[in-house]
Design a protein around this ligand. Structure first.
Ligand SMILES: [Zn+2]
Length: 443
C-alpha cells in the first residue's frame, strides 16, 4: 500500500491522509486550515473551493488527481467533529464518488456546515456508532473499518482502524488518554489491544505535544478548575460570563451544572454555540439542553442582553469569543456594539487556551486590553488540553505496538519529538516517517 500525507503534516490544520490500496483509496479527515480564513476581510467571507484553495485553507488533494487516484476514492472518514478535520468536506467531497462515514455527532455537525454554506452534495453520509464498525466497498473487495472510542475535546471522537491485507492502518489524529472523562466513555483499551494483536502496519498519530513532557490532565481536572472559579470565588451581585470552545460539549455541561448551583439562569449567546448544541441535541448527547436558553439572532440577542444588563446577578452568560475572534460576542461587547455594559468586578472566565498562531494571540491580547479598561476580573486558562502529551504517547505506542509511525498534526518543530520518543522505545529510523504535506510513502 501507499500512504499520502496530504495535509496537517506541516501545520496545525487541514488534516487529510490518503491510503492507496491499489484498486481503492480511503481518505481520513478533510479539514480546514483556519488562520488564513480568520484573516479574511468580513466581505470576503463567502467561501468557494477556488477561494479556499487560493489561500491555502484546504488540503491540497489535487495530488490525488495527478496520481490518477481521484476516481478510486471510496470513502472519506472524518475522525471527529472539529473543523480542522471535517471543515473542508463541504467544499471538496463533491470531487469524489465516495461515502462520508462518521459517528452520529460528527455527521450531524457536518450537516450543519452544509446547511450554513448552502451546499447540496451528492455524497452519501453514513453513521457509525462509537466502538462499532462498518465496511467500505472497494472495486473487488470490502474493507472493515473500526471506530474505536477515544477521548478528546469534543464528543464521539474515534481512532479509525482500517483493516488491510498488510495489517491495520490506525489513524489516531486528535486524542488524549482520559481515564476519567466527564462525558462519554474512556478510551477503548481492549479494542486497541486486539488491534495490536492483529498487527498495526502503520500508525498516523497526533504528535502535537510529543515534545511536552507530561501526561495531559483529565477533563475532570478542568471541571475542578471551573468549580474553584465559579463556586468558591465570590461572585455575588456581579455579572458572570464564561467562554469556551463551542464544540466542547463536556466542558459546556460542567459550566451549565455550576451555573445551576449558583442559582443563575444560564444563557448561551452566539451562533457557533447554537450550532454545536443543536447538533448534540439532535443525536441525544446534550443533557443540559433543557437547562439553558439560547439567543442567536440579533433581535433575540439584544433583547436578552438588555434584560441581563438590568439584572446581571441573576444570569450566567456562556458566549463566544475566547480567541478574541472579530465578530464574536465578547469582541462586540468589548467594543460597545451590544446593549450590555461591563461593570467593574464583573467576572469573565476563559475556559480555553489561546491557539498559538499570531492572529489569535493578537486578537486575544487586544480583547483583554479592552476588557481590562472596564475594570472586569479576567480568569484565564481555566482549561486542560485535548491532546496527548509525551507520556500518554509513550503508553499509546507501547499499547498498539505499530510497525511504522507517521507523526501528524503540526509543523515539524512540534511533531518531530515523536521520532525521538519512538527511538527511546527501540524503533529504528527506517520505521519512522517525518513527512511533508503531499509526500508519499510505500509500505
Ligand atoms: Zn480535534
Amino acid at each position: 500500500m501507499k500512504i499520502y500525507g496530504i495535509g496537517g503534516f506541516n501545520e496545525v490544520g487541514k488534516n487529510m491522509t490518503a491510503v492507496d490500496l491499489g484498486d481503492d483509496v480511503i481518505l481520513f479527515d478533510c479539514g480546514l486550515f483556519l488562520p488564513p480564513i480568520v484573516e479574511l476581510e468580513e466581505a470576503d467571507k463567502v467561501y468557494t473551493e477556488k477561494k479556499l484553495r487560493s489561500i491555502g485553507a484546504v488540503p491540497n488533494d489535487l495530488v490525488l488527481d495527478k496520481m490518477g487516484l481521484r476516481h478510486k476514492v471510496r470513502a472519506i472518514i472524518p475522525s471527529h467533529a472539529h473543523l480542522d478535520h471535517i471543515g473542508a468536506i463541504p467544499f471538496l467531497a463533491n470531487r469524489y464518488k465516495a461515502d462520508i462515514i462518521g459517528t452520529p455527532f460528527t455527521i450531524e455537525v457536518l450537516k450543519t456546515l452544509l446547511k450554513d454554506e448552502k451546499i447540496d452534495f451528492r455524497n452519501n453520509m453514513r453513521v457509525v456508532q462509537p466502538n462499532s464498525f462498518c465496511y467500505v466497498q472497494g472495486k473487488h473487495k470490502k474493507y472493515r473499518v473500526d471506530f474505536i472510542n477515544i477521548t478528546h475535546s469534543t464528543i464521539q471522537c474515534s481512532l479509525i482502524a482500517l483493516h488491510t491485507r498488510q495489517g491495520v492502518v490506525l489513524y489516531a489524529n486528535d486524542f488524549k488518554l482520559d481515564n476519567s472523562p466527564t462525558m462519554g466513555q474512556k478510551p477503548n483499551y481492549d479494542k486497541l489491544r486486539e488491534i495490536a494483536k492483529e498487527g498495526v502496519k502503520v500508525l498516523i498519530v497526533d504528535s502535537l505535544y510529543s515534545g511536552d513532557e507530561r501526561k495531559t490532565a483529565s477533563e475532570k481536572v478542568a471541571r475542578t478548575l471551573l468549580e474553584e472559579v465559579l463556586l468558591t470565588t465570590n461572585n455575588d451581585g456581579v455579572g458572570l460570563f464564561v467562554t469556551t470552545f463551542s464544540s466542547h460539549i463536556a466542558r459546556l455541561k460542567s459550566i451549565v451544572e455550576f451555573g445551576k448551583q449558583l442559582n443563575r439562569k444560564v444563557v448561551f449567546l452566539g451562533r457557533s454555540l447554537n450550532k454545536y448544541v443543536t447538533a448534540a441535541s439532535k443525536v441525544d448527547l446534550c443533557p443540559f439542553r433543557n437547562d439553558i436558553e439560547i439567543a442567536t439572532y440579533r433581535d433575540q440577542l439584544e433583547r436578552k442582553l438588555r434584560q441581563i444588563d438590568k439584572n446581571r446577578e441573576k444570569y450566567m452568560v456562556v458566549c463566544t469569543g475566547h480567541q478574541g475572534e472579530p465578530g464574536s460576542i465578547l469582541d462586540r461587547l468589548s467594543r460597545n456594539k451590544l446593549p450590555f455594559k461591563f461593570q467593574p468586578k464583573d467576572h469573565i472566565v476563559f475556559s480555553s487556551s489561546v491557539i498559538p498562531v499570531p492572529s489569535n494571540i493578537k486578537n486575544r491580547d487586544e480583547l483583554d486590553a479592552r476588557l481590562k479598561k472596564r475594570g472586569v476580573r479576567l480568569f484565564s486558562n481555566i482549561h486542560v488540553s485535548g491532546h496527548a502529551g509525551r507520556e500518554d504517547l509513550r503508553d499509546f505506542i507501547d499499547l498498539v505496538n505499530p510497525e511504522n509511525i507517521i507523526p501528524a498534526h503540526g509543523d515539524h518543530k512540534k511533531i518531530a519529538p515523536m521520532i525521538d520518543l519512538a527511538k527511546e522505545l527501540g524503533y529504528k529510523q527506517r520505521n519512522l516517517h517525518l513527512i511533508n504535506d503531499g509526500q508519499r510513502l510505500n509500505f
